[in-house]
Ligand binder design. Sequence first.
Ligand SMILES: CC(C)(COP(=O)(O)OP(=O)(O)OC[C@H]1O[C@@H](n2cnc3c(N)ncnc32)[C@H](O)[C@@H]1OP(=O)(O)O)[C@@H](O)C(=O)NCCC(=O)NCCS
Length: 168
Amino acid sequence: MGIRNTQMAMEILNALMEIPWVRQRSSIFSHAKILIVFLTSFKNVVAVCAISRFFNVLAIYVEKEYRRRGVGRRILDKAIEEARKQDLNFISLSVYAKNLPALQLYSKLGFRKILNLEQLPYYVMILPLTHRGEIICNFLSTTLSKTPPAFLFFAAKFIEKVLVGRLL
Ligand SMILES: CC(C)(COP(=O)(O)OP(=O)(O)OC[C@H]1O[C@@H](n2cnc3c(N)ncnc32)[C@H](O)[C@@H]1OP(=O)(O)O)[C@@H](O)C(=O)NCCC(=O)NCCS
């Protein structure tokens, strides 16, 4: 449901911030342009997916006891649908190379790796949503593949610190 009531929105945001994983990424969740929350009838958070104001960075979290039941896929589908409605050109994210559940989920929904460096333990991925998004994604892939790895390493660290706050 859409949240029109400010007090309810504040309550949900407070509940989200009680989840350590979400709190560590508060820059994405508290300034999200898209925020999809899956609640129980008692208003406990089951899952949340956010897309940030800067560079449309996506973060998704499903509570442990609800994983592997299709909740992540549903909430991510919903966030993508909303992003299309808002005419976003792309969605971006970074994901640890060891995070196989997330990597599988993103690949299934069409996210593409645009940065894959041996020196970095994570991938940067983009899902293009429009023709312009495709152009941006192809441009970034081509440019990044031609950029010296040492420069990319520092650029990635800079982006991670300044824009994302920390890794997803
Ligand atoms: C990643 C995460 C959101 C997946 O949520 P989920 O509700 O368990 O995912 P779903 O049940 O919808 O599964 C969708 C697909 O993801 C992949 N997947 C999910 N869990 C997996 C696992 N443990 N191992 C391998 N693949 C997995 C599968 O491809 C699955 O499709 P399938 O069920 O047809 O095989 C969840 O594990 C999570 O919250 N992890 C902690 C936070 C996190 O790492 N977020 C991503 C940060 S980049």
